[in-house]
Design a protein around this ligand. Structure first.
Ligand code: URA
Length: 189
């Protein structure tokens, strides 16, 4: 996608019909947070609460994400939160390849505008489309990847933590690694 400014990006998404997720959506959930954040969190796609409100991660998984962010002494407003697909997949199914591919140019444009230093992939879908189609989240979570100067950290999706509390310990390890990397990067800047 050509380099956009924010207005052009928002205009280009307005009324998007690039995939069939447009058919049932109430909102296009673009993302929110600090437009020059050092850290971006990327999830899979909006759920019911997000579709109704137009805001990412505001339902139960979002409340947990807020706590995870606060646990490492950051505020939700200091990071940027987005998703692989901007429209809700029916019944919260994972986005199909064609849907993700249709929507990824918007996320890439967000990366280009925000220029985060760190991208946290929340769950396998985000990790798969952002850096490795063969990712296995149970195997690869917590392992940093560097791509063109951007640090990428895959970790569990907060919804997975709500389904299986035993994953919370590993998730906390990942969040501490995130805080450490953020501090390291901030010191160098
Ligand atoms: N799950 C996601 O992946 N994204 C949201 O915005 C909400 C729930």
């Amino acid at each position: 996608m050509a380099r956009y400014d924010w207005k052009e990006l928002y205009d280009s998404m307005d009324g998007c019909t690039k995939c069939r997720l447009c058919e049932q959506r109430n909102s296009i959930v673009i993302g929110e947070g600090d437009p020059s954040a050092d850290i971006m969190f990327v999830g899979e796609g909006p759920g019911r609460d997000e579709d109704l409100s137009g805001r990412p991660f505001v339902g139960p998984a979002g409340k947990l994400l807020d706590k995870m962010i606060e646990a490492i002494n950051l505020k939700r407003e200091e990071v940027y939160i987005a998703n692989i697909v901007k429209c809700r997949p029916p019944n919260n199914r994972a986005p199909e390849l064609s849907e993700a591919e249709a929507c990824l140019p918007y996320l890439r444009a967000q990366f280009a505008l925000i220029r985060p230093k760190i991208i946290v992939c929340l769950g396998a879908t985000a990790a798969k489309y952002i850096y490795d189609e063969n990712v296995k989240i149970t195997r690869d979570r917590g392992i940093w990847k560097e791509n063109k100067g951007i640090w990428i950290l895959p970790t569990y999706h907060p919804a997975a933590l709500l389904r299986d509390e035993s994953k919370k310990r590993e998730s906390w390890e990942d969040m501490k690694k995130l805080r450490q990397k953020y501090d390291d990067i901030s010191q160098k800047a």
